[in-house]
Design a binder for this molecule. Structure first.
Ligand SMILES: [Zn+2]
Length: 295
């Protein structure tokens, strides 16, 4: 109501209907342990770990408004301040909500994630990460045992997989894993070749994640997963990649391979993708990797 006098009639009529569409669904808070939650909606799933004196967040939603909603939800759980964010990778639906986070917090990311964000910042435009909230603590080891706010947190990187700078976040005491987009709602692995992701690296990463001593796996998108479900997906993707590799070695065409591995036919109309948000399918990615001419 106050907006009428503040912004005038044009904005209140046009902005809600045409620019923003219907109000987004609120975030949903799920509790995993007394001190650990995951928060769904607004882009990628987020993890919330309540430590001794502060809160550690894994991934920060897509927009500043969603980042603020995430902070508001955390404030309903605990009066402790958010001091640390761990980024599972550089995609905007996991990072850009940091714009709403306080200045001066610690932002942990893999070194290649930082490089991707630096490159996106230089390129500017819509893909740029939130200035003032770039990573401040860089992980360059493949396995780093951290203690943050009194909580044991292991961050793991096996190889470029979804992107070149993935981190899997493991809480060994709570037996919880935040996988980032290594695992999501898609039946196949989602690999961003433009961020130097790799299907071979995905297989290593997927199997490594599945072998962790955990029983609750929060994927980058979608519902909480059991260890058995994570193991099955890692095995299924590895088997599919091996089959595609065989077929490429036999000289089959991309279309023949897609039929042989049971990919759905291209959707009618624009794109011809398979509902993956316009991203290349797993079969496309593996075929491109294996048929790429050197140099
Ligand atoms: Zn992603």
């Amino acid at each position: 109501m106050h907006r009428v006098s503040l912004f005038g009639p044009a904005l209140i009529v046009i902005a809600p209907i045409f620019a923003q569409g219907p109000a987004p669904a609120p975030l949903v808070v799920h509790q995993l342990k007394p001190n650990v939650y995951w928060i769904e909606g607004g882009g990628g799933n987020s993890g919330v770990i309540i430590g001794d004196k502060g809160v550690v967040v894994v991934d920060a939603k897509t927009t500043a408004a969603q980042g603020k909603e995430l902070l508001d939800d955390i404030a309903k759980i605990t009066p402790k301040p958010v001091t640390t964010v761990i980024e599972t990778h550089s995609d905007g639906d996991h990072v850009n909500g940091l714009a709403a986070f306080p200045a001066g917090i610690t932002i942990i990311a893999h070194e290649n994630n930082k490089k991707e964000q630096d490159a996106a910042m230089s390129a500017g435009g819509r893909g740029a990460p939130p200035a003032g909230h770039l990573p401040t603590q860089i992980i360059s080891k493949n396995k780093d045992d951290l203690k943050i706010e009194g909580v044991k947190v292991q961050v793991l990187h096996w190889a470029p997989a979804h992107t070149s700078g993935d981190l899997v976040v493991f809480l060994p005491d709570e037996k919880i894993v935040f996988t980032g987009d290594i695992f999501s709602t898609q039946p196949d692995a989602l690999i961003h070749l433009e961020k130097n992701g790799s299907s071979e690296g995905w297989v290593t990463t997927g199997q490594g994640t599945a072998a962790l001593d955990a029983d609750q796996f929060v994927p980058g998108h979608g519902d909480l997963q059991s260890k058995a479900a994570i193991q099955k997906k890692a095995a299924d993707v590895a088997a599919k990649r091996a089959k595609i590799k065989d077929l490429v070695a036999q000289g089959k065409s991309l279309e023949e391979i897609k039929t042989a591995v049971g990919d759905p036919p291209p959707a009618q109309g624009k794109g011809g993708g398979r509902g993956g948000g316009g991203f290349a399918s797993f079969t496309d990615v593996v075929y491109q990797e294996l048929t790429k001419k050197p140099g």
